[in-house]
Design a protein around this ligand. Structure first.
Ligand code: KG4
Ligand code: ZN
Length: 333
């Protein structure tokens, strides 16, 4: 059959990214312009600032991606774009760029759900075998997604409050670390020990929902209390104790879900999937249960390559959007 060559756009949050993907699995180019520096002084992503950066970066990323991949518009088979969930002003930049290219070059437009993109990043390791279970952990999402077949998604559990990445970032901020603090908390945790006994919320409850706000509060309270009484706390032990609590819950719920759902594969995806302890603990916990496929670290954070991989699935199933496609900040599966 004809070669698939997809141009993909991702602008849902604070990375502007354009990629070129061949046959869903081969990354020919993946340009990522991060805005992290611009948001750091605010301690988090400022939507207005994000949209403006996307507008400045999108054409630069597009030209660079085409050049790196050594492809011309005429070679493309489709254009894929994240149209939700995410920040509306940010999403609109990618959606507008994708629609423009699709219109100008008479190409099909593939509407990609950002979470599906994170999940399909696993395809850069190996083709996904269905039925599959995915644990999606990012700055905005913490979800267990059951996939009975290609392009079928059922959220069986999700966070009732904060996402796990968001919790990492807030906890890190309390420790004086720069945004996004997840990678630094991960590094510190590797040198410390779980000595603080932070709560594992909903660990023993039925169902697959998560909650991280209790863990966040108890961490912040502990640090503030220490400041008041001038007690010195070990930074590495704090990080290790927080991480142990977060990872415990994620691993336990996932293992439990795999007892109920007959998955052939478990996929670990999203920005927090780069976490060392989560990767290790999940791998050993499910070793005798299913094959674990973890997105390669460079495709865990937001990027357009994963959007191209998910777009390929839509192309295969002839799912297309019209040129009136709109951004949907609260898009669900
Ligand atoms: O998927 P992503 O790039 O953006 C969203 O869609 O949210 O995820 C970003 C999140 C941030 O909260 C960041 O702190 C977290 O992923 N993160 C990590 C690690 N690397 C990134 N959290 C824990 N450990 C890491 N190694
Ligand atoms: Zn993401």
């Amino acid at each position: 059959s004809k070669t698939s060559l997809i141009l993909a756009f991702e602008t849902s949050c604070d990375e502007t990214s354009v990629a070129v993907i061949r046959d869903g699995r081969k990354v020919l180019a993946n340009e990522v312009a991060t805005q992290i520096k611009s948001h750091q002084r605010f301690g988090g992503v400022v939507p207005e600032v994000a949209s403006r950066h996307h507008i400045e970066q999108i054409t630069i990323c597009l030209e660079q991606a085409l050049q790196t991949a050594q492809v011309d518009y005429a070679d493309l088979s489709a254009v894929a774009v994240t149209y939700g969930p995410g920040l509306v002003g940010s999403l609109l930049v990618g959606v507008t760029a994708a629609k423009t290219v699709a219109w100008a070059h008479h190409l099909p437009l593939l509407p990609v759900n950002h979470i599906a993109g994170h999940i399909y990043a696993a395809q850069f390791v190996q083709p996904i075998k269905f039925p599959a279970m995915a644990l999606v952990v990012s700055g905005g999402h913490t979800e267990l997604v059951w996939m009975p077949a290609e392009n079928q998604f059922e959220i069986i559990g999700e966070t009732r409050d904060d996402a796990v990445g968001e919790t990492y970032d807030k906890v890190g901020r309390t420790m004086g670390l720069a945004y996004p603090a997840g990678p630094q908390v991960d590094q510190l945790a590797q040198q410390g020990q779980d000595t603080f006994a932070f709560p594992r919320a909903m660990q023993d409850e039925a169902g697959y929902d998560f909650s991280f706000s209790g863990l966040k509060s108890s961490f912040i309270n502990r640090v503030h209390h220490a400041e008041q009484v001038h007690e010195q706390l070990s930074q590495v032990d704090l990080a290790a104790s927080f991480q142990a609590a977060a990872v415990d819950v994620l691993v336990d719920k996932t293992v439990r879900a795999l007892h109920e759902y007959p998955a052939q594969q478990l996929i670990l995806a999203g920005g927090v999937a780069a976490n060392h302890e989560l990767r290790q603990r999940l791998a050993s916990a499910v070793a005798n249960q299913v094959r674990l496929v973890m997105a390669p670290a460079q495709f865990c954070g937001d990027n357009a390559a994963m959007i191209g991989a998910a777009g390929w699935m839509l192309e295969k199933h002839q799912v297309r959007a019209d040129l009136d496609l709109n951004a949907n900040p609260s898009l669900e599966f």
